[in-house]
Design a protein around this ligand. Structure first.
Ligand SMILES: [Fe+2]
Length: 431
């Protein structure tokens, strides 16, 4: 009886091993098949029209998009951590737009704060190669230091825009920013999809391939239907017009001010209030960005719908409001809900939490690609300027802003796009 049991047990073990071997064989075969489908394609090679750019980079996900001609039949990304030799492959989707194909791959299940090299493939053919093609997932540590750049009014015809200079200076920064904010009027003259490549993606390709960019629409982007242009070019959170995201201990809110009258104004204002309510007490920094200015001493008028939001900003712990629109640089003194400043205060370079209690700092960064050459700033004697004492610093040069946040300290630099020099700086130190 005992011998019989041993015999049965041996048969059982043998059967189990055989099943395992068959399963292993099948899974190897199917993995091989998958990889041959995507990387040994016999399809014709598609032409790369736009270099890859990063969107929605979070601690565990990234979206990589590139544009090819319509020969694209399938696409994928191969990526790996810098030290790993083994890569992962994720298949993407294709969307046709204006006679070309957007190739888009969403990668999930990533490690936070980790650098990955990537390579894009269309029809199984690699279209890029090089150390510049990488992404770094967002940190999920609240007190991690990070930085971002911001600029508006960027992409015009190449002989009418210094977008390339702004992009080069950003690309050559010693500390690479974690992401960028686009403050509207992203592409001139009318935000048309057909101009995105020449006016924006070509000059910014070295930046966008490894640093995500989060734009909001400006009045020029609204001169053609955003749902057929702006929304096709970007993958942004929410409805892509107004959206928010968190990074370390900071909360970012992008608004769509359209032509100054705001897109879905009532819905958007309610949404803004809700976002600020949800963020209250959870973050050390709250940063709002949009295209139009409120009070200003540039050549643009004061936009009443932006001024109408001052009370919401001031009473809900907003620290900074960044905008474009005027093609110049202007930093204002901390405002209260009425847009009133402490004009007697001399020091406008260092602020504490007490200095910003129920106040915020508004900055125009609208010289990202254009400068108004017909106008000279003069806050003391400008017909557009109701009160020159609101201005902390102005500088009429091609420029962008660089913001560094390290826990409770925020440092700002206004940087000249042509020379790379810092022309304005301030620090906010919170307790
Ligand atoms: Fe504008």
């Amino acid at each position: 009886m005992k011998k019989y049991n041993v015999f049965l047990f041996s048969i059982l073990i043998m059967m189990l091993y055989s099943c395992l071997a068959i399963l292993l064989f099948i899974s190897c075969k199917s993995a091989e098949k998958n990889s041959s489908v995507v990387e040994k394609s016999t399809e014709v090679k598609a032409t790369l029209i736009r270099q890859p750019y990063l969107q929605i980079v979070r601690s565990n996900t990234v979206t990589i998009t590139w544009k090819t001609d319509v020969n694209a039949k399938n696409c994928h990304v191969r990526f790996s951590r810098a030290r790993d030799r083994k890569g992962r492959i994720v298949q993407g989707t294709l969307v046709q737009h204006e006679g070309n194909s957007f190739n888009e791959v969403v990668i999930n299940n990533l490690e936070p704060n980790t650098k990955y090299q990537y390579q894009i493939y269309t029809n199984g053919h690699p279209l890029t190669q090089g150390v510049g093609y990488y992404f770094i997932t967002a940190t999920n540590t609240k007190n991690a230091a990070f930085s971002f750049y911001a600029l508006g009014d960027i992409g015009a015809k190449q002989n009418q825009s210094f977008a390339k200079a702004s992009a080069n200076t950003i690309h050559n920064l010693t500390e690479k920013p974690d992401f960028g904010l686009g403050l509207g009027d992203i592409v001139y003259p009318k935000g048309e999809s057909k101009n995105y490549d020449m006016h924006l993606f070509e000059p910014f390709q070295e930046v966008f391939k490894n640093t995500p960019f989060y734009p909001v629409a400006g009045n020029h982007d609204w001169l053609t239907a955003p749902d057929l242009n702006f929304e096709k070019e970007w993958s942004l959170p929410g409805n892509e017009h107004y959206y928010s995201f968190a990074y370390a201990n900071a909360f970012f809110i992008g608004l769509d001010s359209r032509d100054g009258t705001f897109y879905e104004i009532e819905k958007q204002t309610t949404w803004l209030k809700n976002e600020l309510q949800k963020a209250k007490g959870k973050y050390d920094w709250i940063i709002v960005y949009l295209h139009h200015n409120g009070k200003t001493c540039t050549y643009k008028k004061d936009y009443e719908h932006v001024i109408a939001l001052y009370e919401i900003f001031a009473k809900n712990d907003v620290d900074l409001v960044l905008n474009g629109h005027a093609h110049t640089f202007e930093r204002l003194k901390p405002y209260d809900a009425n847009g009133t400043v402490d004009a007697s205060r001399k020091n406008q370079n260092t602020y504490t939490s007490a200095d910003l209690r129920d106040k915020f700092i508004s900055i125009t960064l609208g010289a990202g690609g254009k400068l108004n050459k017909k106008w000279k700033p003069n806050p003391e004697n400008d017909s557009n300027c109701n009160d020159g004492t609101i201005v902390a610093h102005f500088e009429h040069v091609p420029s962008f802003g660089l913001f560094k946040i390290a826990n409770k300290t925020l440092t700002f630099q206004g940087i000249n796009s042509l020379t790379g020099t810092t022309f304005d700086t301030f620090t906010i130190q919170k307790e």
